[in-house]
Design a protein around this ligand. Structure first.
Ligand code: ZN
Length: 101
């Protein structure tokens, strides 16, 4: 796995693949609050295709010297009401790796 991004270990190829995997699994998923089926994501561009930014869900509210325990995620936002959903990147990677092996 490339470490071309200093703030997380996921390279652009994986993030693009993860977004495609989540999109295929949740195709036409309705927002639980407004029923909209259109979702968007924060992206950081990319050489060939836009890739989603990585966000972190903290697992503790304690102060840490250094990185606090957190779940790396990509987020999808409902284009109507702004509801944000998270997809756990280590879990998505496990599924993608499993389907490739
Ligand atoms: Zn919504």
């Amino acid at each position: 796995m490339s470490t071309d991004r200093p703030d997380h270990p996921y390279d652009g190829n994986f993030l693009h693949e993860a977004l495609q995997y989540v999109a295929a699994k949740t195709n036409n998923a309705k927002c639980p609050f407004c029923g909209n089926t259109n979702w968007t994501y924060e992206n950081e561009g990319g050489v060939l295709v836009p890739v989603p930014k990585v966000a972190y869900v903290p697992m503790s509210n304690r102060a840490f010297f250094g990185p606090a325990p957190a779940i790396p995620v990509i987020t999808l936002t409902c284009t109507e009401c702004g509801f944000v959903r998270h997809h756990n990147l280590p879990m998505v990677k496990t599924r993608i790796d499993g389907s490739n092996g």
